[in-house]
Write a protein that binds this ligand. Structure first.
Ligand code: R5P
Length: 283
């Protein structure tokens, strides 16, 4: 086995190769003056099982991923596994209006076109996995988040909404804490109150876990409400830290701790999903 690291997932590729005790292929990836990407796999991959790791976000990294899949074949790889740490467009998982593109499903068919199997992490809507015709493996980012939370003496794990409560439950099970979700109650046209369905957070260290933090609006609102309900310390953790609109500084101001996994590499990606991906590749 050999790992091929795309430019959006260099650190994760290195961590994964270390976990698997396999090499990282030598590649040449650069941008032409017009921003088109050039990729080359410099090692001879004849007969090898190549594992490409590349986050599919933003768009330019999706094209790079397609070219890496092709380059791996051109370099002789016998088998190509594509690891997509963050799956761009995963939130457009159904038609919200007639005539829209079914983006998440459409991309699945492209991701697997030049690949034998695809590995994804915490897809926003796991139903999208049904779009894959070839083998696919879906990995949870929650064990990695739980690993990092172990240092914070968390009392309760909360999900921002009912639909995602299983994620909070998964982290809570590993940490041996209670868990809950935030129930929304409309106060008036402008105000929505968010309160844990049954837990009392007063005096507690609370971790809010989510799949994605984008603008940070969900987490900042949830944290404000939990603070008003007496939470002593509030931590926000997500698998995919997009931090759109430069929201990380605002999040850091509103919370005691903010971190993400390395599916999107940046200053907040403090824990790696490499052990979980490696485990799936070994099985
Ligand atoms: C929503 O269903 C997702 O799980 C996240 O809660 C959402 O994408 C977060 O977005 P934002 O950070 O912009 O509030």
């Amino acid at each position: 086995m050999i790992v091929i690291g795309g430019s959006a997932s260099r650190q994760l590729s290195e961590s994964l190769a270390r976990e698997l005790s396999v090499p990282v292929a030598k590649t040449g990836i650069k941008r032409f003056p017009d921003d088109e990407v050039y990729v080359r796999v410099e090692d001879d991959l004849s007969g090898q099982d190549a594992v490409i790791v590349q986050t599919a976000f933003p768009d330019r990294n999706i094209v790079e991923l397609f070219l890496l899949q092709d380059a791996a074949r051109q370099a002789g790889a016998a088998k190509v596994t594509t690891v997509i740490p963050y799956y761009g467009y995963s939130r457009q998982d159904k038609l919200f209006n007639p005539g829209e593109a079914l983006s998440a499903w459409n991309l699945a068919s492209h991701f697997e076109l030049f690949s034998d199997r695809v590995i994804t992490v915490d897809l926003h809507a796991p139903k999208v996995l049904e779009a894959f015709k070839k083998q696919n493996i879906h990995i949870s980012g929650m064990p990695a988040i739980a690993r990092h939370l172990e240092q914070h003496n968390v009392d309760a794990v909360i999900s921002p909404d009912k639909g995602a409560v299983a994620r909070a439950g998964e982290v809570a099970k590993i940490l041996g804490t209670s868990f809950d979700y935030l129930e929304k109650t409309r106060i008036d046209g402008q105000t929505v109150a968010m309160k844990p369905k049954s837990l009392d957070v007063s005096g507690k260290v609370v971790a809010i876990v989510d799949d994605i933090i984008s603008t940070g609006g969900t987490i900042i609102t949830a944290a404000g409400q939990l603070k008003a309900q007496g939470a002593e310390k509030i931590i926000a953790a997500c698998t995919h830290g997009l931090f759109a609109n430069n929201s990380l500084p605002r999040l850091k101001d509103s919370l005691d701790v903010v971190f993400a996994t390395d599916t999107l590499e940046g200053e907040a990606s403090e824990v790696s999903v490499a052990p979980e991906i490696a485990k799936a590749l070994r099985e």
